[in-house]
Design a protein around this ligand. Structure first.
Ligand code: PGA
Length: 247
């Protein structure tokens, strides 16, 4: 089995102002020989400052989204190159809030993942079923469809991470059973191997959706779970560091 170093990544979403950088300080200072890779994706306004504050620590900083183009007339957007220029090391693409709030479909997510690679960033590509899809028993079919539509050619473990985030579990306090998480992750891994060959087995698959200090101990040790994408619980350094410790 390939050695997959876990990744615990925090997504601050549209939260955080300059005063919140003290949480970056506390997270960075709390990472002494961390058992995994650790990242925070603050809002775009804080990326450069967070990079500066985290610079002597193992904490990586990233973006929450990027445009597919390198530059141009796209008011309000941010390119992957800009994230890299600010010192970011990674970018999240295809988050369900982008898919819902901005109508992002698989083909666009794929283009954004390619943009992240073009800029030399590690890409965290999010997939996951809605509550209705889960109830209809379509979870694995949805994951297959999203992977087929949004996974660029040439994926490998150095530049791609998949995050399995059931939409109904995000921000709700609900999580799938451990069996359901493991089944989804094993399925995703199988698809990765089928699509990109044996390299696929080394690609990390994170779980996301209401990960908290209280459930990280159960979720993170599951065999095909290689870390977590954390929303709400990444806003407070103490909670986030407790999740890192569980990895
Ligand atoms: P949550 O968000 O941890 O607040 O549920 C997870 C995510 O959206 O990545």
């Amino acid at each position: 089995m390939p050695d997959r170093r876990p990744l615990v990544a925090g997504n601050w979403k549209m939260n955080g102002v300059a005063a919140s950088l003290t949480e970056i300080d506390a997270i960075g200072d709390g990472l002494i020989d961390p058992p995994c890779d650790v990242a925070i994706c603050p809002p775009a306004t804080l990326i450069a400052a967070a990079v500066e504050r985290a610079k002597n620590t193992p904490l990586m900083i990233g973006g929450q989204d990027c445009h597919m183009a390198e530059k141009g007339a796209h008011t309000g957007d941010l390119s992957a190159e800009m994230i890299a220029d600010a010192g970011g090391k990674l970018v999240i693409v295809g988050h369900s809030e982008r898919r819902t709030d901005h109508g992002e479909a698989d083909a666009l997510v794929r283009a954004k993942a390619e943009a992240g690679w073009r800029a030399g960033l590690l890409v965290i590509l999010c997939i996951g079923e809605t509550e209705a899809e889960r109830r209809a028993g379509d979870t694995l079919a949805v994951l297959d469809r999203q992977l087929a539509g949004s996974l660029p050619d040439g994926a490998d473990a150095h530049r791609l991470v998949i995050a399995y985030e059931p939409v109904w579990a995000i921000g709700t306090g609900l999580t799938p059973s451990n069996d359901d998480i493991q089944t989804a992750h094993a399925h995703i891994r199988q698809r990765l191997v089928a699509t990109v060959g044996n390299n696929g087995a080394a690609i990390r698959v994170l779980y996301g959706g209401s990960v908290k200090p209280g459930n990280a101990d159960e979720i993170l040790p599951l065999p095909d779970v290689d870390g977590a994408l954390v929303g709400g619980a990444s806003l407070k350094a103490a909670d986030f560091l407790a999740i890192v410790a569980a990895a």
